[in-house]
Design a binder for this molecule. Structure first.
Ligand SMILES: CC(C)(COP(=O)(O)OP(=O)(O)OC[C@H]1O[C@@H](n2cnc3c(N)ncnc32)[C@H](O)[C@@H]1OP(=O)(O)O)[C@@H](O)C(=O)NCCC(=O)NCCS
Length: 156
């Protein structure tokens, strides 16, 4: 089986709605998220959420699901198809998300991630910093890292 996908077409990023619940929950089966179909249905139909998906050749290859309560957005889940990782798609999805929030005058993005999930290195690359920890937060005994990313332009 091929290890990584190769892309002949430009990825397209679209808002996700409740109509995408099957697609999103099917892609999430490739990860250990402990979310069920009802969880996806709830966030995809909530007026307090901001959900975007990354499509390549009309196929969902990634998603970012977030709660967006002005002035702070919280990333609930982000995922890129395992065969499409490490090719810049996660960054593309995050940058698009961050632009939408800046245009809506949001000030900050927060999230929580296990210290043993290497995704926290991705978040650091995206400019997040750890502002607190919840000790022994997860069932496996790992700490939760609480991370924040400012959307304010500090150069002005
Ligand atoms: C986290 C995730 C979305 C990153 O997506 P991706 O498409 O692989 O990330 P990118 O290719 O855009 O990487 C952007 C940068 O982050 C770094 N990075 C990404 N994943 C990394 C990892 N696991 N460990 C270390 N660095 C990582 C890349 O090296 C790259 O840095 P560079 O620009 O210096 O080369 C993806 O790994 C994923 O879906 N993980 C599984 C689901 C998950 O755990 N989600 C987070 C919890 S909700």
């Amino acid at each position: 089986m091929e290890k990584t996908k190769t892309f002949n077409t430009t990825p397209v990023i679209l808002y996700l709605t409740v109509d995408h619940r099957e697609l999103v929950s099917n892609l999430s089966l490739l990860f250990d998220f402990h979310w069920n179909k009802d969880n996806f249905e709830a966030i995809l139909s909530s007026c307090y959420s901001l959900n975007i998906g990354l499509f390549v050749n009309n196929e969902l290859n990634g998603f970012l699901l977030a709660t967006a309560l002005h002035p702070t957005a919280s990333i609930e889940l982000i995922a890129i198809h395992p065969q499409a990782q490490k090719q810049g798609l996660g960054m593309l999805l995050f940058q698009h998300f961050s632009e939408i929030l800046k245009n809506r005058d949001f000030k900050e993005i927060e999230l929580e991630v296990s210290e043993i999930n290497t995704a926290h290195y991705f978040y650091e690359k995206m400019g997040f910093t750890v502002f607190n920890k919840r000790r022994n937060y997860y069932k496996d005994g790992s700490d939760a890292l609480l991370m924040t990313h400012s959307l304010e332009d500090h150069s002005r």
